[in-house]
Design a protein around this ligand. Sequence first.
Ligand SMILES: Cc1ncc(COP(=O)(O)O)c(C=O)c1O
Ligand SMILES: N[C@@H](CCOP(=O)(O)O)C(=O)O
Length: 465
Amino acid sequence: MDYISTRGEAPALKFSDALLAGLARDGGLYVPREWPQFSRKEIRALRGLSYQEIAYRVIEPFTAGEIEPEALRSMINEAYATFRHPAVAPLVQSGPNSFVLELFHGPTLAFKDVAMQLIARLMDHVLAKRGERATIVGATSGDTGGAAIDAFAGRDRTDIFILFPEGRVSPVQQRQMTTSTASNVHALALKGNFDDCQDLVKAMFNHAGFRDQVRLSGVNSINWARIMAQIVYYFTSAVSLGAPDRKVSFTVPTGNFGDIFAGYCAKRMGLPVARLVIATNENDILARTMRTGRYEMRGVSPTTSPSMDIQISSNFERLLFDAHDRDAEAVRRAMGGLKQSGAFDIAEPALKTIRKEFRAGRASERQVKAMIRDVQAETGYVLDPHTAVAVHVAARMEKPTAAMITLSTAHPAKFPEAVKNACGIDPALPSWLSDLMQREERFSVVPNDQDAVESHILSLTRATR
Ligand SMILES: Cc1ncc(COP(=O)(O)O)c(C=O)c1O
Ligand SMILES: N[C@@H](CCOP(=O)(O)O)C(=O)O
């Protein structure tokens, strides 16, 4: 299996190189040259298997020839041993034909742990084999950062630098990033919003000198391996409800489009998925794009679901590439328009393809609050605000012919203020994080300036020595 860039001007890479590369050298995102296929019989055979075994079967074709099967198995087993639920990602029934897929049982209480725990092990494995080190730089609106720091803390072959928007993450999210005692971890509070953090990370990748000097690597969902690991739970949840003999739909709270793109990949691999529903908060660029066919930036407003306060939705580029029949030129034109004027139009055939696969909806702050309150009052179940966005959108979709699985992407205790404000309940952090708010913080404040951030990283990384 090799990986090609959505912009068509970077060399195709094997799995290990795509894993370490993060962003392609032409600014594009790597995707597999073709989608591994699962027959109905192979999907049926997944029923009753453990999460780890399904993960192995889904991931192996993407890594074949690069990661030895036994090594992959043991990395998968170790990664998911860090989860506090035996099922890893349990499915909870929430209505006659609706379910919530709980993805927050990992160490940092967000779905990001699912991919990050595996990626850290894969990167270590590949770097050790090559005798190399890497500098990881990531951008976060709150959850990716904590998950990455937990997964990479104390690893000898990597130094990790996480940029988060100062004052725009929840206090729990911030402390998950700033209280690590590991010497290879560096939390950087940027004076700007998440899109500024992400732009800076992409700019560092596009600065060839810096990229090579620090052996830059990324763990945002621009890295293909993030998507790969997230495809697994679409399979596990669908087969537990009877796939391939029963179709399921998914509603996904969406920001950077990585999570829902993983659902699209599962479908391209043969999983029968009736519908993929994009759920956005008031920062609804994706819902507007689906309605109008024009991707247009309008500024970001802070919400109670801060991890989705995004308007440059990186992985939408991967979808555009597929919807344009993998025409890299069309992607380059769209991304050029976005850079120049903050907008691009999606041509009719591609838009039709996207609309065939996806539906979209948005939830206002008022609706999110009402959803948390009502669900708690009716069932006792406490939703985090990101999940509440999706539950709201799922409930408003036309009557599904298939079971609807809504992805629950974070534990409510990560956003106690918003949850308490909505339903009066103060969700407690689990025991291993119960002293989080008393731990000492360590982070640097950095300006929104590429030179300054690069100098900061250069002065601390061990990858150049
Ligand atoms: C809790 C939570 N929900 C949803 C999302 C959106 O996921 P994605 O960016 O993959 O669309 C994020 C951030 O990415 C998140 O942290
Ligand atoms: N919501 C994310 C934003 C970064 O997304 P990623 O999936 O590309 O890492 C976060 O919590 O940081």
